[in-house]
Design a protein around this ligand. Structure first.
Ligand code: GDP
Ligand code: MG
Length: 371
């Protein structure tokens, strides 16, 4: 058993309860009554005080999957598209700008029409380059990826409406970007409006540590309109130029790794948008995410079109999940269904163990308060 009460341990060690209480106090367990629940580690330490040799059960074998280390030198790896996240205050025009960029990209490809909204898509530029755009991912997903030290975003496009200037979510986006060390390109939107005040936006940004170019800083600020299309090409160009400087690369071979960006249920079943980080995702592969896994049944791009594979920096909709995965979780390739099953069982067991430990803590605390 992993837990034992003070009374049961005293009994097992054949110690009188008064002696035992004194011993516990000496060892720093203050105010613990006979109902207090000890974990295995503490019970073992106490038993050793009485000359017992606690038997440690063999550690469960680690069945988990882990990402591969990132190589120090990436210069010989193939380039990958930059991942650009659009952030900014509500109603400042994030979705309008994204839709504009998406429309021009869908029009430029053969299949048009059936765009379904997913918050991530790739734009193929005339230069042959690709940019991946993400709509601001759900707050919790974003935080969860950040907590794992994930650089999901390479560049932030900060949308600020020229008639409204810097607002609370603008400031939050600036904080996020700075904390993650991600460079910002400012899109000063709604320039078609009569009351547009781009200079005021630039001044306000400077107060929050974003110094734009014509105010002596290094951050590019592009005047745009999601309504008329003004400045959209410049915005794309600025993004491409910055990404060329940053020069992102990732291996296209080896085990697939990525992030779950969002999840939904369609007629076909549970689907999740996976942003591939390294490797090449293909139909038939096995992906583990959190405590669930998928044998990839189909891969679809943002236009809902089946694709054969998705490489680093590409978002793709994956179906075939046993349970709904969670946005923000890491997705890692397993080499077989059996392996995926073992990994998810192992992770589930870990979750249950830590839940049990939390429960015990709560019970002890409640009993202490009762005394
Ligand atoms: P989001 O909340 O940041 O995604 O903002 P939306 O893209 O949903 O835009 C909010 C509102 O502003 C919508 O009514 C848009 O039509 C409007 N809007 C967005 N961009 C522009 C623009 O450049 N000019 C004007 N006049 N309106 C815009
Ligand atoms: Mg929006």
């Amino acid at each position: 058993p992993e837990f034992i009460t003070v009374a049961n341990l005293a009994n097992a060690l054949r110690v009188r309860s008064e002696d035992f209480s004194r011993k516990l106090r000496q060892l720093g367990f203050d105010e613990v009554g006979p109902d207090y629940i000890l974990n295995a580690e503490n019970a073992g330490l106490i038993s050793m005080e009485y000359g017992f040799e606690p038997q440690v059960e063999a550690e469960e074998e680690d069945e988990d999957l882990y990402p591969e280390p990132v190589p120090d030198d990436t210069s010989l790896l193939p380039s990958r598209p930059p991942i650009v996240t659009i952030m900014g205050h509500v109603d400042h025009g994030k979705t309008t700008i994204l839709d504009y960029l998406r429309k021009t990209s869908v029009a430029a490809t053969e299949y048009g029409g059936i765009t379904q909204h997913i918050g991530a898509f790739s734009v193929n530029l005339e230069s042959g380059r690709t940019i991946t755009f993400l709509d601001t991912p759900g707050h919790s997903a974003f935080l969860s990826m950040r907590q794992r030290g994930a650089n999901v975003t390479d560049i932030v496009i900060l949308v600020v409406a020229a008639d409204d200037s810097v607002m609370p979510q603008t400031i939050e986006a600036i904080k996020h970007s700075k904390a993650a060390g991600v460079p910002i390109i400012v899109a000063i939107n709604k320039m078609d409006k009569e009351d547009a005040q781009p200079d005021r936006v630039k001044q306000d940004l400077a107060r929050y540590g974003v110094e734009v170019e014509d105010f002596g800083g290094e951050t590019q600020a592009i005047p745009v309109s999601g309504k008329t299309g003004l400045g959209m090409e410049e915005l794309e160009e600025a993004t491409v130029l910055l990404s060329e400087v940053l020069d992102h690369r990732a291996p296209r071979d080896g085990n697939v790794e990525g992030w779950i960006l969002e999840t939904t249920t369609r007629k076909a079943g549970r689907v999740a948008t996976v942003l591939v980080r390294r490797g090449t995702l293909r139909v038939g592969q096995i992906l583990v995410a959190g405590t669930t896994w998928a044998k990839v049944r189909t891969l679809k791009n943002e236009a809902g079109v089946d694709v054969a594979e998705a490489g680093p920096g590409t978002p793709v909709e994956v179906d075939g999940w046993r349970d709904q995965p969670v946005a923000g979780d890491e997705a890692l390739q397993a080499d077989s269904e059996q392996h995926a099953d073992a990994v998810t069982r192992y992770r589930q067991a870990k979750v249950e163990q830590s839940r049990a430990a939390d429960d015990v803590e709560h019970i002890n605390e409640a009993r202490r308060l009762e005394q």
